[in-house]
Design a protein around this ligand. Structure first.
Ligand code: SF4
Length: 102
């Protein structure tokens, strides 16, 4: 029973945990990437995501951006300091947890 409660707690969405309204997009005004090279956030298959992640690490709206990207299913580019592959791994893990508690 306790294990189920702990697992269910993991299934709570990131936006709920952080108290973020993903429908509100005012945070985008403070996006640090808007002041940098946008192509760094969408590298080709041989490009590195590290330059974009370095920008994200300094961004004042990283949490809002990450929650937005995860909950709106952004499939491409670096968002909230996470690559597309990392976001997919998180979504897959969250889906697995949801199935376990259903
Ligand atoms: S966290 Fe990264 S992708 Fe998101 S707004 Fe900030 S700089 Fe842009």
């Amino acid at each position: 029973m306790i294990a189920n409660r702990q697992t269910a707690a993991l299934a709570v969405s990131l936006s709920e945990v952080l108290g973020i309204d993903v429908q509100a997009t005012e945070w985008m005004r403070d996006a640090l990437c808007a002041q940098t090279d946008p192509e760094a956030f969408y590298p080709d298959e041989y490009g590195s995501v590290e330059p974009a992640k370095a920008v994200c690490a300094e961004c004042p709206v990283l949490a809002e951006c990450r929650a937005y990207a995860l909950e709106t299913g952004q499939r491409f580019g670096v968002w909230g300091g996470l690559s597309a592959r990392e976001r997919q791994q998180i979504r897959t893990a969250a889906t697995t947890v949801d199935r376990l508690v259903a």
